[in-house]
Ligand binder design. Structure first.
Ligand SMILES: *[C@@H]1O[C@H](CO)[C@@H](O)[C@H](O)[C@H]1NC(C)=O
Ligand SMILES: *[C@@H]1O[C@H](CO)[C@@H](O)[C@H](O)[C@H]1NC(C)=O
Length: 340
């Protein structure tokens, strides 16, 4: 009898893993263990490594959030992780997966963000991407989306590709956003080495409906999980910008020759479809903020018609209230990581 229960639950777990298909990894890249490439950033007690070192959980409780940072800085690369977000009541919670050099270049920092914004029970998570170049925090380049799946149910792969020529945000194998570098962007295009960060924190004052819904610690701890950690890039010394030893660094062009740096016609179609269906805000259509859209904006008339002059979608119930604000992702840090 004593054996039966564990056996049954084992069978049950096996059954579950057969039923839910594994998320196939979109790119041919090798993963890194946590200890090989990352260090705790804050809230150490709420950062829980798996015994094999291949995955890590970041918790938020009433005392602190938590986060980790790559041990090196990289000049360009593919930064990727499979992430599973907290479920149920997640209002006010922010999970962020991003590259930044704000700790080193306080006034001229670069940043590329995936930010996951929690929601009240029964409503879906929303995702924001953002691009900052050379400290232009007044020129946030936010886009917001809904997802075609529930990101708290299973792992999905989120990737940030940054090359000298373009930036692509991927969810699984779908490119959801591409920023093509142009002369006109100048310093607004991120150009200095960045670290990779992952954090969970209390964004009560703005994350859900502009702060209307706060984190409810009755449901704590809130658990986010990260695995399949990928960094394909060239580790460099941030000041001298010379390469340090890095197994995945294929000089000189590194990431830009890789398959994932190219938006093939097939990928472009998938991106177009995603944006038509799931994008709920774009700074490019926010004429109140940008009477003249920034130079990298590609305005698509059929798409533009669906957005108000605030940059928010005209129809549908997914409106976001409140003003955009910069908030620190790391409550104790003063350099103020970005967020809208
Ligand atoms: C994946 O990459 C490795 C090494 O970079 C290469 O040897 C292998 O052939 C690649 N596999 C596929 C399916 O492209
Ligand atoms: C970044 O900003 C600094 C300070 O404003 C400026 O001196 C520098 O030229 C800028 N870099 C680029 C690449 O525009």
């Amino acid at each position: 009898m004593a054996l039966l229960l564990p056996l049954l639950s084992y069978c049950f777990l096996m059954l579950i893993s057969i039923i839910s298909p594994p998320v196939t990894y979109a790119f041919n890249v090798s993963t890194l263990s946590f200890d090989d490439a990352y260090s705790p950033l804050f809230g150490d007690g709420n950062l829980i490594r798996s015994s094999d070192g291949k995955s890590v959980r970041l918790l938020l409780d009433r005392f602190t959030g938590s986060g980790f940072i790559s041990s090196d800085l990289y000049n360009h690369g593919l930064f990727s992780a499979s992430i599973k977000l907290p479920s149920d009541y997640t209002a006010g919670i922010v999970v962020a997966f991003y590259t930044s050099n704000g700790d080193i270049f306080e006034k001229t920092h670069d940043e590329l963000d995936f930010e996951f914004l929690g929601n009240i029970e029964g409503k879906e998570w929303r995702v924001q991407t953002n691009v900052y170049g050379n400290g232009s925090v007044s020129r946030g380049r936010e886009e917001r989306y809904l997802l075609w799946f529930d990101p708290s149910r299973e792992f999905h792969q989120y990737s940030i590709l940054w090359t000298e020529k373009n930036i692509i945000f991927y969810i699984d194998e779908v490119p959801i956003r591409e920023v093509v570098r142009s002369e006109a962007m100048g310093g607004d295009y991120p150009s200095k080495p960045m670290s990779l960060y992952a954090t969970i924190w209390d964004g009560s004052s703005w994350a859900t409906s502009g702060g209307r819904y706060k984190v409810d610690y009755k449901y704590a701890p809130f658990v986010s999980e990260f695995k399949d950690l990928v960094i394909q890039g060239c580790a460099v010394d941030p000041i001298q910008q010379i390469p340090t030893s890095s197994p995945n660094c294929h000089q000189p062009s590194a990431a830009e020759d890789e398959d994932y740096a190219v938006v093939t016609p097939e990928r472009r179609l998938a991106m177009r479809k995603f944006r038509q269906k799931y994008m709920t805000y774009s700074y490019c259509y926010d004429v109140l903020r940008y009477p003249v859209p920034p130079p990298e904006c590609v305005l698509i008339p059929s798409e533009q018609r669906r957005f108000k002059e605030t940059g928010h979608l005209k129809f549908g119930s997914h409106h976001h209230h409140g003003k955009s604000k910069r908030r620190s992702r790391i409550p104790s840090s003063s350099d103020g990581q970005s967020a809208m």
